[in-house]
Design a protein around this ligand. Structure first.
Ligand SMILES: *Cc1c(COP(=O)(O)O)cnc(C)c1O
Length: 483
């Protein structure tokens, strides 16, 4: 299996293998990597995978990921996947809840279920891919005899998922910038209480955008970046998307008895990474009826699917909402879907993203490819603060189930798009315990916390507080990044 860039040519010279693109981010031409073709799954294979899915998530993950990873020996890949997706290890966050399945379906009523993706250590779906990434990184770095220093900025979820995935791993360190005093006490405790020597938390006296700007400035200093082997684990990383393909298969098998049935999936979306994995599963031949994409007030993606206009917003136009992990106005993974939509023509993507990268927009409404959009099964919708709180209340009253604000956006949009005759699975992307304030606003009571997380605010914290200064951050990295 070879990988190509959405903006490159498909000539032999630019093709890369999985481990060649694992540690990097963007392709050198600024595009995103995608497999040269999507492996096609036969019905016989689907039947076999249904059996695997019933037995263990890890076995299914190995079958799916082997289609995309062929340059790690099978026995090694199997061991890495087994190590990642063992319920006792993976579901540590819900320890005591007897989690025996990595991604169970919780049926709200016949035909409507939640695909639970937040049983991982940080209680959000990003763990699903990030936990595997940590093990893959460690393995490949050891093989190559290399080290890496991962630099990132976070406003909450991504940073903690990355830190919990990379903690204690050999050959890598994590330097994670966060806005000082702007995360919830729970989020701070999740990140800052990690005592692992390879995890460095840096709180900058500024906003999330200031932290992000520092990361960009450091990454643009190519000499510094090369000297200190700076890397990233952002959402455009191909391995993260690939790891997410697995649970669409898992959900499909849980909701059907035969491969002649279809399932609709509803995905609370921000950077388009989660739903992009669903798109890929569908392209592989998984019988997905529709992919329902839900956004919050930041509706750049919903606007595209309705009108054909993709108009990323600037930071000033991005609003802070009660589903903050979807507060994104430039959906980095969207380029992957657009590549398929325009018939995999990199020249068109180069032209469209020249506009996007210059701060502009593009309009496909009058092109044949926009007319093709229904072929890809997408439906979209948005949800606002009042709607998500109402959905949290209704779901609790009707089913006795507490959902978080992001999952509520999905439920709201999914219910409106529901058709009879096909089961619908809403992807649960975080546990309510992560967003206590909004739950209290909706229900007048606090969500339950997994036992492993009780009282984490009282643990000692390890964090370096700094002014908004690129030089200070560089100095800190240089001092701690090893030789
Ligand atoms: C990251 C995140 C999302 C959005 O996922 P994308 O892959 O960026 O579309 C939704 N919900 C939660 C809780 C998240 O952490």
């Amino acid at each position: 299996m070879y990988y190509i860039s959405t903006r490159g040519d498909a000539q032999h010279s630019s093709r890369k293998t999985f481990t060649e693109i694992l540690l990097g981010g963007l392709a050198p031409d600024g595009g995103l990597y995608l497999p040269e073709f999507y492996p096609q799954i036969t019905h016989t294979e689907l039947d076999h995978w249904r059996g695997l899915a019933n037995a263990s998530y890890a076995d299914l993950a190995f079958a799916v990921l082997s289609k995309f990873i062929d340059d790690i020996p099978a026995a090694d890949l199997k061991a890495l996947i087994d190590k990642t997706y063992t319920a006792e290890v993976y579901c540590n966050g819900r320890a005591g809840d007897q989690a025996s399945d990595i991604t169970p379906v919780r049926w709200l009523e016949p035909g409507l279920g939640l695909l639970e993706l937040s049983n991982g250590p940080t209680l959000a779906f990003k763990d699903m891919a990030m936990q595997l990434l940590g093990n893959l990184f460690e393995y490949v770095l050891a093989k190559k005899g290399e080290e890496i220093n991962i630099l990132g900025a976070t406003s909450g979820d991504t940073g903690s998922a990355a830190e919990y995935a990379m903690r204690g791993k050999h050959g890598l360190r994590v330097f994670m910038l966060s806005p000082y005093g702007r995360m919830s006490a729970f989020q701070r405790a999740q990140m800052y209480s990690l005592q692992d020597a390879n995890i460095y938390n840096i709180a900058v006296r500024g906003m999330f955008d200031d932290a992000q700007d520092i990361v960009k400035a450091v990454s643009n200093d190519h000499a510094f970046k090369a000297r200190h082997k700076i890397g990233a684990v952002n959402s455009i990383n191909w391995a993260r998307v690939a790891a997410q393909v697995v649970y669409y298969f898992k959900g499909f098998f849980a909701a059907t008895r035969s491969n002649d049935e279809q399932v609709d999936f509803v995905v609370p979306s921000g950077n388009f990474g989660n739903i992009c994995a669903g798109h890929i599963a569908r392209m592989m031949g998984l019988p997905i009826g529709r992919l329902v994409m839900a956004t919050n007030e930041n509706d750049v993606l919903d606007e595209f699917f309705r009108t054909g206009v993709y108009r990323p917003r600037g930071a000033a136009e991005t609003c802070t909402t009660s589903s903050p992990s979807m507060d994104i106005s430039k959906a980095s993974n969207f380029e992957r879907f657009a590549f398929d939509l325009v018939g995999r023509d990199p020249a068109i993507i180069r032209e469209l993203w020249a506009k996007v990268d210059a701060g502009g927009s593009f309009d496909l409404s009058k092109t044949p490819c926009f007319a093709d959009l229904p072929k890809f099964g997408f439906v979209s919708g948005k949800s606002c603060h009042a709607e998500r709180l109402a959905t949290i209340r209704q779901t609790f009253e009707k089913y006795g189930v507490m959902v978080d604000t992001h999952t509520a956006d999905g439920l709201k949009v999914g219910m409106a798009a529901r058709t009879t005759g096909r089961p619908m699975l809403v992807l649960e992307t975080a546990l309510p315990a992560k967003f206590e304030e909004a739950i209290v606003e909706a229900l007048g009571r606090k969500p339950e916390r997994p036992t492993a997380m009780l009282g984490i605010e009282n643990l000692p914290q390890r964090v370096e507080v700094m002014d908004v200064s690129v030089d200070a951050v560089k100095q800190f990295i240089a001092l701690n990044a090893g030789a």
